[in-house]
Design a protein. Structure first.
Length: 387
């Protein structure tokens, strides 16, 4: 199956190359803000809406005035223009706030939307990235599958350089003949229909004390304030870097765990059924004046620590790669309130951890919910809807 995948490599530029990369990042940031200012000014003062093609056609004249932009490549500059256009499209669709100007710290990188301007010298394991007017940069990383590179994005994140390359490749993944229902939770991250499960690793909870201590030290330092024209102290920058490093470590641990768990599930099962959850509603803040605000905050933190939404996406695309079937059970089935034996629905409190029905079925609550999902996926869903 021919598909598109994204592979990220860590870059190791020399000191001279790193200075050039930062200079290019600053130029792209200036260009982004210039495009944004152009659109705002034209609309406010002249009532004219500027399109992507209008701004793109201005690039040749722009580069004649600002010659330093010639070394960046025309397609990379067009991609920056496209970012502004995409930001306005999301705003008009009601998906985001009005686009705002980017500071140098908040502008992470730029994109090469085609094959010109860069070349990856690798077969998927380490290698080098060649950029026009800069040379080759050593990179490290490993792709599960490698194919034809199409686009490249240079990213500055957590004081490190990365390149994210999209490739067109033939994906193949081995899977078993089993079938399973998966129920997500906080006590147990995942529970299967056979009553087995995977414990919640609680990466954030384990690092919470270190992050809290580092954040407290950060608050004691002199932070920047643009209105008062106060610059951040060197100790504040150092403390902020420490907090960022701890938070990034937790995120990497969670992502690594999610990939391993999803691969473990798909390698044994060609049919996977889960519940279609509304994570945004589940993690909504407690109402003002609520007596259980702290409990709700803790529950939300545990849900985010598991990363239910992301792990569901990982399982879904990996099952499709292997040629299997992924089923999301509708909310109206209410797996946690339904008996897997007779299909009768009965409301349960969160404190009730054992499912017990009049028909004699008694089992772990989460395992019962996973069994209901599996029954629905196997074709018993029509019967369950009648109860």
């Amino acid at each position: 199956m021919l598909t598109t995948r994204r592979v990220t490599f860590r870059l190791y530029p020399t000191k001279k190359q790193e200075r050039t990369l930062h200079d290019w990042r600053k130029l792209h940031q200036y260009l982004y803000n210039a495009y944004l200012s152009h659109r705002i000014t034209e609309y406010r003062h002249f009532g004219k809406s500027i399109s992507y093609f209008d701004q793109q056609n201005c690039l040749p004249e722009f580069k004649e005035c600002w010659t330093e932009y010639k070394q960046l490549g025309s397609q990379a500059l067009q991609a920056t223009c496209k970012r502004v256009d995409y930001a306005f499209q999301r705003f008009f669709q009601g998906l985001a706030k009005f686009p705002r100007f980017k500071s140098f710290q908040r502008y992470r990188g730029w994109t090469y939307p085609a094959k010109s301007g860069w070349k990856a010298h690798t077969t998927g394991v380490h290698g080098a990235l060649e950029l026009s007017n800069l040379g080759q940069i050593r990179m490290r990383g490993k792709a599960r599958t490698w194919g034809q590179p199409t686009t490249c994005t240079i990213v500055w994140k957590n004081h490190k350089w990365y390149c994210s390359i999209t490739i067109k490749c033939e994906v193949s993944r081995e899977t078993g003949t089993g079938a399973c229902g998966v129920d997500f939770g906080t006590l147990r991250a995942l529970t299967f229909d056979d009553s087995t499960g995977i414990e919640n690793p609680r990466f954030l909870a384990k690092s919470k004390d270190k992050i809290t201590k580092a954040s407290r030290q950060l608050r004691r330092k002199r932070s920047p304030n643009r209105k008062k024209r106060i610059r951040a102290s060197k100790r504040w920058k150092k403390a902020r870097k420490k907090v960022s490093k701890l938070q990034n470590k937790v995120a990497n641990q969670r992502q690594d765990w999610q990939h391993k768990v999803s691969t473990q599930i798909v390698s044994s099962n060609s049919l996977v059924a889960t519940e279609k959850l509304n994570i945004k509603a589940m993690t909504r803040k407690a109402k003002k004046g609520s007596k259980r605000k702290k409990q709700k905050t803790g529950l939300n933190r545990n849900l985010f620590d598991v990363g239910i939404s992301n792990i569901t996406k990982l399982i879904k695309y990996k099952v499709k790669e292997s040629g299997g079937v992924f089923v999301e059970v509708p909310i109206k089935i209410a797996p946690s309130q339904t008996c897997p034996n007779c299909g009768k629905k009965k409301k349960k409190e969160l404190s009730e951890r054992v499912h017990s029905c009049e028909c004699g079925c008694s089992m772990d609550r989460d395992a019962a919910a996973a069994t209901v999902m599996l029954n629905y996926a196997r074709g018993l869903g029509t019967n369950l809807l009648n109860f």
